[in-house]
Design a protein around this ligand. Structure first.
Ligand SMILES: [Zn+2]
Length: 128
């Protein structure tokens, strides 16, 4: 991937991480492991160090976005596409729309369908 493009995608991801942080935490980081809000932000990435249980975490822990290599802008788009299409968008179609391979698209659809609708509504900011 060209360097400039990868920087743009990283910025984009940070923007979405900020949105998620607002939705889940009201902007105040909360450790998903022990519930403490005594956390220190890392300087270079949107991760936090918990000063109570000494783990590090980001806002995606415990969400369907956790441990995927797909950028959040693609995730948000995928959620809309999957939820908006009444008959269900095909894996091939989704892969094409958001620019990931078919295996990735298939696992995203699976995660989206397993997720609570109300949670998804909060992420994309509207009702389905
Ligand atoms: Zn903790």
């Amino acid at each position: 991937m060209p360097r400039v493009l990868s920087i743009i995608m990283t910025l984009n991801n940070d923007k979405y991480l900020s949105i998620l942080e607002q939705i889940r935490w009201n902007g105040k980081p909360k450790c998903p492991y022990c519930g403490s809000t005594n956390a220190t932000a890392y300087k270079k990435e949107k991760r936090y160090h918990c000063n109570s249980c000494y783990t590090s975490f980001s806002v995606t822990v415990g969400t369907l976005f956790h441990k995927t290599h797909v950028s959040l802008d693609k995730w948000f788009l995928a959620i809309r596409l999957v939820m908006d299409s009444s008959g269900g968008i095909s894996v091939r179609q989704l892969a094409k729309e958001i620019g990931v391979n078919k295996n990735t698209a298939a696992s995203m659809v699976k995660r989206i369908k397993e997720e609570d609708l109300r949670v998804l509504e909060r992420f994309v900011g509207r009702k389905f």
